[in-house]
Write a protein that binds this ligand. Structure first.
Ligand SMILES: Cc1ncc(COP(=O)(O)O)c(C=O)c1O
Length: 480
């Protein structure tokens, strides 16, 4: 048995640790077999030209961890391993939905994923500078549980100006992503037999949170202008989660008349409205749609926002604006709830916002996304013509297309994937199953370049060409 580790005198790791690490790995992998006697301390020290103390310390560590045992006057022996304990990694079977990608999935040329953002125009230099500045000893300890006050102040200023949200920094609670912040909100609302209504189809990410916490769900059908208020009333729910400025996934905007009726519903029924304004920064044609919360004089709306579309999903930062009655509950219980976003990221974003860089970024990205959005619409019109009806356009980072085809949306997704185009069905967004109607396909455009958008749509058209129905046939809609 030859023991020949590579010991580096220059390394910051002490020699005895390097030797211990080497011996441990040899034992684990069977290089030094079970029951084998290790060389004596003197032998190994001479062999490796190191001190006896170094070898002794390495052996002591192996002894302490149970890799070797010491026998009086005989030396150190590797313990008996019944079975190679480190040879095989544990094997976990994959859940059915996450099975290995099919060969087609590996060759994706164009991915129209709605949560991809444009990374080519991300202000890396500026962001890095603020990351550096935020790495300050002052901010290495725990921060405010509600979120950094300076960041909350910047967010509230921005929300008042850009989204007409009525808020002060005290009302804002920061959390790592929309699901996390919704979980906190549910704790504040309390369960006691409450039913939550949601748009059908709606954002499955949040539905899973509500269901997971045991709320009874009431899926409420959509009309062309958003949630059906009669059905909401009939549902008996006292809490409703909606996406009024760009319905997810179908993309309609709730008009002011309906917003006012919805607020009346809340006032008359002691209801609460959770407004998820997930991509309100990006409106390309027409005026920005002010928030529903800003119209509410009675504190019945909880406004929720995220930086996932406007900045980057990786930062995992979202927030809620609490109306007074929930703010009191939060403040009375705040010691129970920890902050889930890194303080350093919060500091970085705070500096980014305070410097004016955030607003410049939004203005710049709005122009970039608008170009991509317009190009996507134009390309679909030019290549697919009347085989496709577009809805949900003019905002956010995705559009909805209805395809004149007898194939289901999931089948169309698979057909596209075979040619290397990844598009998305809305199947997961329906909780009680999609009704009949022409298949709906979501197309995100944020993460693709202009060239990729054109090439991707042309390839998609080629993939679907054999499966289109008569062009003249009217589209069978999913909403009334
Ligand atoms: C309706 C809706 N809300 C919020 C989000 C963003 O979630 P998060 O803040 O967890 O990234 C998305 C992402 O697609 C969404 O569709």
């Amino acid at each position: 048995m030859k023991i020949c580790p590579r010991l580096e005198n220059q390394s910051s790791e002490p020699l005895y640790l390097q030797l211990y690490q080497y011996l441990k790995e040899e034992i684990q992998t069977g290089g030094i077999p079970s029951l084998k006697r290790l060389p004596s301390i003197r032998e190994l020290a001479d062999d490796l030209h190191i001190s006896k103390t170094t070898v002794q310390m390495a052996y002591q560590q192996l002894l302490a961890e149970g890799y070797v045992e010491s026998k009086e006057r005989s030396g150190y022996f590797v313990v008996k391993m019944e079975k190679e304990p480190f040879g095989d990694l544990p094997h976990f079977s994959q859940p059915p939905s996450e099975k290995k990608p099919t060969p087609a999935q590996k060759n994706i040329l164009f991915d129209f994923y709605m949560s991809h953002i444009d990374v080519d125009h991300f202000p890396f230099q500026k962001w890095k500078a603020y990351v550096n500045q935020s790495l300050n000893s002052e901010f290495l300890s725990y921060g405010d549980k509600q979120g950094e006050p300076g960041l909350r102040s910047s967010i509230s200023r921005y929300l008042r100006q850009a989204r007409a949200v009525n808020c002060a920094e005290e009302q804002i609670v920061i959390g790592s992503g929309t699901q996390t912040i919704m979980r906190l909100l549910c704790q504040l609302i309390g369960l006691d037999g409450k039913k939550i209504a949601m748009e059908e189809p709606g954002y499955d990410g949040v539905r899973h949170v509500f269901q997971g916490l045991g709320f009874e769900m009431s899926p409420v059908k959509l009309e062309a202008d958003g949630i059906n208020l009669d059905a909401l009333e009939r549902s008996g729910a006292k809490v409703v989660y909606i996406t009024p400025s760009h319905q997810f996934p179908l993309g309609m905007v709730m008009p002011i008349t309906k917003r006012i009726k919805l607020l009346q519903w809340a006032e008359e029924n002691g209801g609460l409205i959770i407004e998820d304004d997930y991509d309100g920064e990006f409106r390309y044609h027409g005026k920005p749609i002010p928030s529903l919360q800003g119209l509410d004089a009675n504190g019945n709306v909880i406004y929720a926002g995220t930086f996932s579309k406007s900045l980057m999903p990786a930062i995992r930062m979202s927030y809620i604006v609490l109306p007074e009655r929930l703010l009191h509950i939060y403040q009375a219980n705040r010691f129970k709830y920890d902050q889930t976003v890194s303080r350093l990221h919060q500091r970085t974003l705070q500096m980014f916002m305070e410097s004016g860089e955030w607003e410049r970024h939004i203005r710049r990205m709005r122009k970039i996304y608008q170009k991509k959005h317009d190009l996507l619409l134009q390309t679909i019109k030019n290549t697919m013509g009347d085989y496709v009806k577009i809805t949900g356009q003019n905002a956010g980072l995705h559009i909805v297309t209805q395809i004149k085809s007898r194939k289901s949306a999931d089948e169309l997704v698979e057909i596209a994937e075979r040619l290397g185009v990844k598009v998305y069905s809305t199947t997961a967004n329906w909780s009680i199953g999609q009704e009949k109607g022409n298949p709906l396909i979501l197309l995100g455009f944020g993460g693709l370049s202009e060239e990729q958008i054109v090439e991707g749509i042309e390839l998609l058209h080629e993939a679907w060409l054999p499966f289109y129905e008569d062009q003249q046939k009217p589209i069978d809609s999913h909403v009334t």
